[in-house]
Design a protein around this ligand. Structure first.
Ligand SMILES: C[S@@+](CC[C@H](N)C(=O)[O-])C[C@H]1O[C@@H](n2cnc3c(N)ncnc32)[C@H](O)[C@@H]1O
Length: 224
């Protein structure tokens, strides 16, 4: 596809046009809006860790929902195209050693209520390579959940359909009370993109072995 064909296709994309009208930096905003409409994973005052945040469509949506008492920490190696008082951008690679420290500084005390990972590698055309790199990004995102997500919190992970994704999904099932698969209507037609939702974080599996199930079911946390 030539650059002109790509630009033309983008101009014809209703989600791209709507994103421009509403001032969202990207059409990805609508994916998080659809997820939010269905599961209400983010609430006013929440603290959200947004991984793969640039240019900032999802960060804008999260920022609107959490409001002025909430916080969105937005991580990407590319710059965020959004400046808001409740958004702290961290421009770095997810694999950088300093990431944990920078996120902790931005967060201050406590934990995040939600982790959103929309990270995805540059697609070279080799689908198996794309899936492999995406699985690494998913593992890195899940590690950050273990470090920063509160018990009962929610997570959203962007993935690509592949038999190997099942292994990651099963791992998620050991860490969350409920795991859902979801393809938003705003995902481009023909894309193999899928979102995995972890609802009600329970902690990493091995840490739980010596712990009892909490008295109140944490799923109540994310039910509307
Ligand atoms: C689909 S885009 C994210 C769109 C964004 N969530 C939004 O709402 O506008 C994927 C992002 O992942 C980022 N990314 C991929 N690998 C990364 C890495 N290793 N470290 C940091 N960011 C990375 C890319 O720079 C890109 O901005």
């Amino acid at each position: 596809m030539t650059k002109e064909q790509w630009l033309q296709r983008r101009r014809e994309d209703p989600y791209w046009r709507r994103a421009k009208e509403l001032g969202y930096p990207s059409r990805a905003a609508f994916k998080l809006l659809e997820i939010q409409r269905r599961w209400k994973i983010i609430r006013e005052g929440y603290r959200v860790l947004d991984l793969g945040a640039a240019p900032g469509g999802m960060a804008a949506v999260a920022s609107d929902i959490v409001g002025e008492k909430g916080l969105v920490v937005a991580v990407d190696r590319e710059p965020l195209q959004l400046i808001r008082p409740n958004i702290v951008p961290i421009q770095t690679d997810i694999y950088e050693a300093r990431l944990t420290k920078d996120v902790q500084t931005a967060l201050g005390q406590g934990f995040f209520d939600v982790v959103v990972s929309d990270l995805s590698p540059h697609h070279s055309g080799d689908y198996d390579l794309l899936v492999e790199q995406q699985l690494d990004l998913l593992e890195a995102s899940l590690s950050l959940c273990h470090r920063f997500l509160r018990r009962g919190g929610n997570a959203v992970f962007k993935a690509f359909e592949h038999p190997r994704l099942r292994v990651f999904e099963r791992k998620m099932m050991t860490c969350f009370w409920r795991v859902e698969r979801y393809v938003p209507r705003s995902t481009k037609k023909g894309s193999s993109e899928i979102f995995l939702l972890g609802l009600g974080y329970r902690g990493p599996a091995r840490r739980r072995l010596s712990q009892q199930r909490p008295a109140a079911h944490p799923q109540e946390e994310h039910q509307s």
